[in-house]
Write a protein that binds this ligand. Sequence first.
Ligand code: R5P
Length: 263
Amino acid sequence: MSWGLKDRVERVMKGGRTVMLAVDHGYFQGPTTGLENPRRTITPLLPYADSLMLTRGVLRTSVDPGQDVPIVLRASGGTSILKELSDEVVTTSIEEAVRLNASAVAVSVFVGSEHEKETLSNLSELVNEGERYGMPVLAVTAVGREMARDARYLGLACRIAAELGASIVKTYYCADFRKVVDGCPVPVVIAGGKKLPERDALQLAHDAVAEGAAGVDMGRNIFQSSDPVAMIRAVRGVVREGKGVDEAYASFAEGSARTLPAR
Ligand code: R5P
């Protein structure tokens, strides 16, 4: 592994932990609730994100250059919620990622789905090219509509992604999550998934980290929160400061209370 690749991984996961803010949803969902105006959503959250996962379109239009946040550039896509989700191609080259000063690229793999082979090939292509430039690849273990989100299936998908050379793997939290982490020789981060009550989302982050996750790559549970800034700060408390759920939720509730409009 080159020094450059190691350095980039360390930027994304300082000290082996990360609160990665995911705002790439529009690449297949269009104007997702809470992300209709990406700049408005992203700007106040940036100071609290260890890294930012997004497409080049949103990076170019909605994030000012010179921000001190490592970029994880979404490099696969080409389909929408109206079609078969696994039918993805590589949309952004490693050379473009270097031009955009990205610290990593992200690609979805759909193990068990119709286009499993093509998505694993997308991952391999980016890993091969990434090795030439010292660019790490984050594999997103996307789950087809018909797939179970259990340790057996997610463990399979994570392990395959690591075997093909991903430097970081993103997956979903599940029962027996420790098994997923133990079977994956590279750091694992969890997606937040659909919006949950804030306390439940903090519990999810807490349990994942307690069972070996290196952190979160969280989107909707932050930017769809009633108070996104208070929520990302509470998530940081859990992931980076070892706070318990009660303490982190109390800090969220306090932040929320402060921002309530005066009556
Ligand atoms: C999905 O493929 C996207 O990459 C999202 O970034 C990912 O699902 C994480 O966002 P959320 O926490 O909203 O699930």
